[in-house]
Design a protein around this ligand. Sequence first.
Ligand code: EPZ
Length: 418
Amino acid sequence: MDKYVIEGGRKLYGTIALQSAKNSVLPLLAASILTEKRVTIRETPQITDVLCMIQILRELGAEVRFSNGNVVVESADASCHEISSVLTGELRSSVFMLGSLLTRFHRALIAYPGGCDIGLRPIDMHLNALKQLGVSISERDGCIFCECDKLRGADILLDFPSVGATENILLAAVKAEGRTVLTGAAKEPEIVDLQNFLNAMGAKISGAGTDVIEIEGVKELGGVSYKPMKDRIEAGTYLIACAVCGGEVETTGLTPDNLRLLLHKLRENGCKIHTKNDKIRIESCGRLKCNRRIETMPFPGFPTDLQAQATALNAGAEGGALIVENLFETRFKYVPELQKMGADIQVKDRHAFVRGVKRLHGASVVAGDLRGGAALVIAALGAEGRSEVLDLSHTDRGYADFRGKLKKLGAEIKRVRV
Ligand code: EPZ
């Protein structure tokens, strides 16, 4: 296991070269088996969630090469429709492989993707939607078996804008017979990226980014070479890190609209935010005011994937803040680790009551999930003295070269084998 050793108090200056969005690349990789032609996904980040998805594709029989940032998938020889429990355990979001496998093979067998550190994460909406598309589903011994003679378009209504369920529906309806109208769809930018990717393969999808998406089933899909959108959560993580440490950091390649609410909250903290085309620049003196209230909501609301990082910011700011986590049941598990650094936070169910302290102090803390781990790194960067952040397997899932990018901005951070 590795750990970060961080000396807090360094200001951050410079430009971040953003990775392609983890939460776009994963569904694009799932979509790559919808055609037997070659699919290339360019500028793919070297993160373990991507490596896990590549392993899943290889186990299905696809040939996958990952070099110079490009992932090339050739799945003409893929013939397996089963995903092992080891891999669905490692990568919960592999559940949207169901849609791809059903479109490709009309069958799918995956182990029930269990809950994880941020909540139960049921998949009832995925399964109900697939049934409406003509899929019969049985569950036994912790596995889900799906099959259909053909996929038929349907009018589907989601009672919650689930990102994964929306993606699964696009992947299952793209070659279905007839038309599918999905109402109540998730509006995240990653859904728009998936629509653009599929349309570049010859699909007929419209409406992504709104809550009604129409999918006209097509007979065939061709190959594609595609550059995914930039990672708005990675960008938000670095912007929050600069807010906490002080300094001036710029991101490029990401439309500010993808982070509008975060930028609004950072201005509330007292940071200066400048945006122009695909550039976002933050200036911070490091002494911040608390946000009175942050509520996570589906896009375009405040992203749940930035909740932990924003809580770490408020822990060392002036005043008090109420953080409400509306998406996941238990997404405050990182708080006890922040309390070891002197944070004054009380958690009750989905609410965290933060009383800002003058400054956090260094401590040895353990990451328990991807975004909670990022929050601990941010807190350590701004804290007084030395910190250690253990179990980097979590941040390795979603942040390519996290240490290298922070070091380039001026952080005093080392990665050490324990
Ligand atoms: C995606 O997860 C992201 N993961 C998550 O990012 C992100 O936090 C989440 O969307 C919300 O934006 C990927 O894209 C790979 P949901 P997903 O379905 O699809 C409930 C990260 O840190 N729900 O929108 O699993 C569910 O329990 C990760 O990068 C059901 O009840 O999110 C949750 O409470 C973490 N039944 C809520 O909806 C269902 O069938 C949101 O889930 C499906 C979901």
